[in-house]
Design a binder for this molecule. Sequence first.
Ligand code: NI
Length: 271
Amino acid sequence: MRKGVKPLEDILSLDLTDEQKYFYRQKGFLSIPRITTDEEIAWLKTIYDKLFVDRTGEEKGLFYDLAGPRGHDGREELPQVLGPDISIPELRESIYYKNAKRLSRQLLALNQEVHVGGHMIYKPAKYGAETPWHQDEAYWNPEVFSNGLSIWMPLDSVTKASGCMQFIPGSHKGDVKWHRHINDNPLVHGLMTDDVDSSKAIACPLQPGGATFHHTRTLHYTAPNTTDNPRRAYILVCSGPEKKRDKPAYRPWQEEERQAMKAAKIDVEYL
Ligand code: NI
């Protein structure tokens, strides 16, 4: 058993300490060395690779390049699969899923079940693109106050050079910043903000099966993958009940994308 690997019974009853919860509240992120087992990571890798080879759900808008314009015919530099559990419902029974829900409830201080969504972002070896600085809430429904967080788990060992998560501590305490589409092209789904002091970034290298948690507003980034190994990440988003805003938040980049998609006659079920 690898050093630092907990026995299965410990993984099935993971709890966060008060120090970890306090760290998350103060910094807006948290890194833990283990959220699932090596066996499950091996199983997830086979599922993951097949979803990307098959370009699962492409016709519905569930597979695309996050760093390139929709429908481009070159190689994908940051391919993404949305909602992998739609085609593989067994993912919802995984230890990862169960622990993501359990630990999210602890971080969000919720007693009830959380809603879970998921996506997978792949950074191919040597040329996988960066995911520029952004806050996840910039993508989300402007009509509500979000009450969620993202859990990011690598299936490969990750460093800054392969695209581990980097965070700006405390950035979750501010509002959603001004975002724009990568390359200022609204057909690129990926968003970025220029309003960030990256000298404050904290990188979170991890072994496969470790995980980071981040608040909906925490600024985060992953570098291009310059290594010889792929960087496979599986992200879950867990949310508690949302509160409707009196007036929607101003996030015009979302409408720009809808208009650009319409003009390009790209009609997908999931935007
Ligand atoms: Ni993000």
